[in-house]
Design a protein around this ligand. Structure first.
Ligand SMILES: [Fe+2]
Ligand SMILES: [Fe+2]
Length: 358
């Protein structure tokens, strides 16, 4: 397992890298034998920018995103690109998406790839979002890694097109956490067919990273920490030697290993959700590898919110959680046990075998 690093260590590492640039090239190659696959990207998610009226927005959500952008700008070495994990707006309004895009535009020269969240989608079914940020699902290659962005928050046509009298009501019904009127998220047949075709062209030794908004695993249906066709998507990733799924939506640290697939959730810049198990007293409502983060302190508005940078050494994702007003954490892949672990919090004497079924 690589050593967890915090932002300060990362900055120190950057100094070492700069010093190394004066060394003979052969030594640099020795130190970075697999340099083509060793790079970082930043991950910001779930800003939930909320419009009040005119130029007024909920200040707390604005501040969370502004802070994440400012901190990302301080990363050295600069991340190769930035991901935004979905739920940029709260109710999918143009004002919210425009304002979110404006805050994100302060990222210094970084290419940003966007993932669709349900809060961005269910007002106009993603039309304005697509105009601002591009297609709802796509793939790209970077330094020997194949990246896929899915739109995982679709649902049944009946619910989307027939159930609600107005687009505003549909948006509100899908925006709630504990809401019996919601509907389970899914990737859907059309997109899974596209994914199948996209992955057919990729060598199965290529490290694969899939970004989704909802978890591509079934955690807790009551809160839509869930993707209805998760197993079918996992089956398409299964032929790969190494696959990583990185998702937003749950606003909390979660990680898991199912077969060859490592799963990581990312934090929100807006607010933390509680863990389902703390509300339902049902322990199975959490990926079993996960050591939960400590609960947020409601008196500190930024507690348990944050953003991450991710190191992709040899195709495994090491996720560095930069938690505002809370202790930073790193969850990285342990090549010995074959699963993601948090070195600081994982009980060293307790090896939990990874799940093998889908
Ligand atoms: Fe969210
Ligand atoms: Fe969401």
């Amino acid at each position: 397992m690589s050593k967890p690093i915090n932002r300060r260590d990362f900055l120190k590492g950057a100094g070492a890298l700069a010093a190394m640039s004066t060394l003979p090239i052969s030594m640099v190659e020795l130190a970075f034998a697999d340099s083509s696959q060793n790079f970082t990207f930043a991950y910001i998610s779930d800003a939930h920018i909320q419009h009040i009226k005119g130029r007024e927005f909920v200040r707390n959500w604005d501040r969370g995103l502004i802070r994440a952008v400012a901190e990302t700008n301080m990363l050295t070495p600069k991340p190769d690109f930035v991901m935004f994990g979905g739920d940029l707006g709260q109710l999918g309004k143009r004002e919210e998406l425009d304002h979110g895009a404006e805050i994100m535009s302060a990222l210094h020269g970084s290419k940003v790839h966007y993932v669709m969240g349900e809060h961005d989608y269910y007002l106009d079914l993603g039309q304005y979002w697509e105009k601002l940020f591009g297609p709802k699902y796509y793939s790209f290659d970077h330094k020997g890694v194949h990246f896929v962005v899915l739109n995982s928050i679709l649902t049944y046509d009946d619910w989307t097109f027939k159930r609600w009298p107005t687009a505003e009501q549909r948006m509100l019904e899908m925006a709630g956490l504990d809401n019996p009127n919601g509907s389970p998220f899914m990737v859907g047949d059309k997109q899974r067919e596209w994914l199948k075709n996209d992955l057919e062209k990729v060598d199965k030794n290529t490290p694969l990273v899939v970004f989704s908004h909802s978890p591509l695993q079934k955690i807790y249906k009551g809160w839509n920490f869930w993707t209805e066709d998760a197993e079918q998507v996992q089956a398409l990733l299964q032929p790969f030697k190494k696959a990583n799924v990185i998702y937003g939506h749950v606003h909390q640290i979660q990680y898991n290993q199912i077969g060859n697939i490592s799963f990581h959730a990312v934090m929100a810049t807006s607010w933390p959700w509680p863990y389902p198990s703390t509300y339902t007293q049902a322990e199975q409502y959490l990926p079993k590898l996960t050591v939960p983060m400590n609960r947020a302190d409601p008196f500190f508005e930024r507690d348990a919110t944050g953003w991450q940078f991710i190191n992709l050494a040899t195709g495994n994702a090491d996720v560095h959680y930069n938690l505002s007003s809370n202790t930073s954490r790193t969850v990285s892949f342990n090549t010995r046990t074959g699963q993601p672990e948090d070195e600081a919090y994982q009980p060293a004497d307790k090896h939990i075998p990874p799940q093998t079924h889908f």
